[in-house]
Design a protein around this ligand. Structure first.
Ligand SMILES: NC(=O)c1ccc[n+]([C@@H]2O[C@H](COP(=O)([O-])OP(=O)(O)OC[C@H]3O[C@@H](n4cnc5c(N)ncnc54)[C@H](OP(=O)(O)O)[C@@H]3O)[C@@H](O)[C@H]2O)c1
Length: 281
């Protein structure tokens, strides 16, 4: 059997949409026998365990006791009660010299704000913040990881390795997390709108809806892959496709006339401002 790259155990509190996607990715790099999951709706955890071979924990406390890395995959509004609930167990473990690392995937919650929701001696425990995006679901996500200097480098390496099957993982300064959240987390919605609109144009010009959606989505995927794989500036790639008096430059001019690039920049700027606002709630 293929040897797994992570020897530590990993627990998940919350096995919903994003938690579930990350659990499935982590079970491909870590030994599923050392992955423990729990959820308010235990049937969700059981279904995922049956699918991935990982184990269920009977409660949040049991998840804390079982994992070296404890992923917190609940909505930001319930994070306070989850952290208050597990604090006594974390404090007991700390007294015994057992070191755990908390890993939050909650949008908008800073490491400091997570720390404030803990009570007792565990408040100074290492906390890592991870921001995934929706394509994590198919292993093609973009994830950022931010951590203070108190997080051991071995733990950061383990976490990056554990997440490799979820997509591309980069470590970022926490101060850039709001900008990252919009460019990576919100962009899928912007691109879905773009693909839908391109397909509308395709239908107007004679394609079936299914043909138009497939061709537009494949063109978006291939174009994105070229940006990543060639390292070329997107402007240069665009110029290479525009021949004199050709159809592409006619379409490019139409997009420019209607403020396409300016709309995209505004979408990111408005998303960023809203994200900062949400973090203060
Ligand atoms: N979805 C995304 O695209 C995305 C992207 C980036 C970050 N995130 C972050 O990911 C986190 C989870 O989001 P999600 O979309 O996966 O939410 P979700 O589908 O609602 O999953 C959260 C799960 O946690 C369970 N839960 C709630 N309270 C609990 C508790 N006290 N103990 C144990 N389990 C509990 C929920 O059960 P109930 O349903 O019964 O409440 C639910 O099954 C959020 O913090 C979000 O900001 C999500």
């Amino acid at each position: 059997m293929e040897s797994k790259k992570i020897s530590k155990s990993i627990s998940f509190i919350g096995a919903g949409n994003m938690g579930g996607a990350i659990i499935q990715a982590v079970c491909r790099t870590a030994d599923p026998g050392k992955v423990f999951i729990t959820d308010y709706q235990q049937d969700k955890a059981e279904a995922l365990a049956a699918k991935t071979g990982c184990r269920t924990a009977g409660s949040n406390d049991e998840a804390v006791l079982s994992g070296d890395y404890i992923f917190l995959c609940v909505k930001p509004q319930v994070m306070g009660s989850v952290l208050a609930g597990i604090s006594p167990t974390l404090n007991t473990l700390k007294e015994k010299g057992e070191h755990k690392v908390l890993v939050s995937i909650a949008a908008g919650l800073t490491i400091d704000s997570l720390r404030e929701k803990l009570s007792g001696a565990c408040r100074d425990m290492p906390i890592v913040r991870i921001m995934p995006n929706m394509p994590v679901t198919i292993g093609k996500g973009m994830l950022a990881l931010a951590a203070g200097t108190d997080v051991p480098s071995a733990a950061l390496e383990d976490l990056k390795t554990a997440l490799t099957e979820a997509g591309r993982v980069e470590q970022l300064s926490e101060s850039l997390m709001d900008a990252f959240t919009v460019v990576s987390g919100c962009t899928p919605a912007f691109i879905y709108m773009f693909i839908e609109a391109l397909a509308d144009g395709g239908v107007m010009t004679g394609l079936t809806r299914q043909q138009a959606l497939t061709y537009a989505a494949q063109a978006v995927m291939g174009s994105a892959a070229m940006v990543l794989e060639t390292g070329e500036h997107p402007g240069a790639l665009k110029d290479a496709v525009c021949s004199p008096k050709g159809s592409t430059i006619a379409g490019v001019a139409a997009l420019e006339q209607r403020g396409f690039r300016s709309a995209a920049i505004e979408a990111v700027r408005c998303g960023f401002l809203r994200n900062v606002e949400l973090g203060k709630d």
